[in-house]
Design a protein around this ligand. Structure first.
Ligand code: PLP
Length: 279
């Protein structure tokens, strides 16, 4: 290459518009080797929103698309070290919490939250896998309620999770919300696990506002729908979308991923979070 060509190349690379970074979302979630839920769901959903996921592992699980057979929560030092590395380097715009697995991990996550005050935090209170297997004792849910909810922007339990958190085994969404709102500012109780003709997803705010988002019930059983919803919501908040609009966008996107879901194994369907023609 001639001197003139090299000079032209240097000038054009200096004047070329460099892409700015996408908003970073710190995800503190478990790993699901089937790829349907957990951190992989977070990464895919956040990519689809134009965000960058910083996936920080809280727990490992052994599971397929049918159910979970075992899990191991990581040592708190390992989780702190991962999160500290991210926080020291990347500009985090929002936090998404998924499976924590132990009361100690709830406390660890609170320590991490304290290093990132003021940014949106979406708490998906994961206690069960889609197939029903436990991913944490109910005590983990109570610790989330008492300790993490006050430090969260919004929590996204499905109705069975809300009933555990509220300690109301037969409670309606309204009854569970009344019990949980003293702990958290906004609560989105999803209705996918019911048997009504339509799915009613209810957003409650401590100020008294309530919004119901209704969508058509889809026929399948899905693995990773809650993770998809919560991480999408965290991504929308990271982008700067206002809460009610972000909830609507996240619900609509999640519904489409379920409509287009695929069944790579013998069990539940996995949401299709990225377009088929991808890269
Ligand atoms: N996080 C992990 C690591 C999981 O393995 C699961 C379910 O298996 C979940 C979260 C919750 O999944 P869902 O989005 O189906 O509620």
């Amino acid at each position: 290459m001639s001197q003139a060509n090299i000079r032209d190349l240097m000038i054009s690379s200096r004047t070329m518009k460099m892409p700015t970074s996408r908003p970073v979302v710190l995800c503190l979630s478990g790993h699901d080797p089937s790829g349907g839920a957990g951190l992989q769901a977070d990464i895919e959903a956040l990519l689809a929103q134009g965000c960058h996921a910083a996936p920080t592992v809280t727990a490992l699980t052994v599971q397929d698309t049918v159910n979970v057979s075992d899990f191991r929560v990581l040592d708190r030092e390992w989780v702190l070290a991962q999160a500290n590395a991210v926080i020291a380097d990347l500009h985090v715009e929002a936090i998404k919490l998924g499976m924590l697995g132990s009361v100690e991990m709830v406390e660890t996550v609170l320590e991490i939250r304290a290093k990132l005050p003021g940014i949106p935090l979406v708490c998906d209170p994961v206690l069960r896998a889609g197939g029903g297997g436990a991913l944490g004792k109910d005590e983990v849910g109570y610790a989330m309620r008492e300790r993490l909810f006050p430090a969260s922007t919004i929590a996204t339990p499905n109705l069975p999770e809300a009933r555990i958190l509220a300690e109301l085994p037969d409670g309606s969404a309204d009854e569970c919300a009344a019990k949980l709102l003293p702990f958290i500012e906004h609560l989105l109780i999803t209705g996918g696990h019911g048997d009504e003709h339509e799915v009613h997803n209810r957003l409650y705010s401590r100020g008294g506002d309530q919004h119901t988002f209704t969508c058509q019930r889809l026929p399948g059983s899905y693995h990773g729908s809650g993770c998809t919803l919560a991480s999408t919501l965290a991504g929308r908040l990271a982008i700067g979308e206002e809460l009610i609009s972000a909830v609507r966008t996240a619900l609509d996107y999640t519904w489409r991923t379920l409509r287009d879901a695929e069944r790579p194994g013998q069990g539940q369907f996995i949401p299709r979070r990225l377009p088929l023609d991808g890269v």
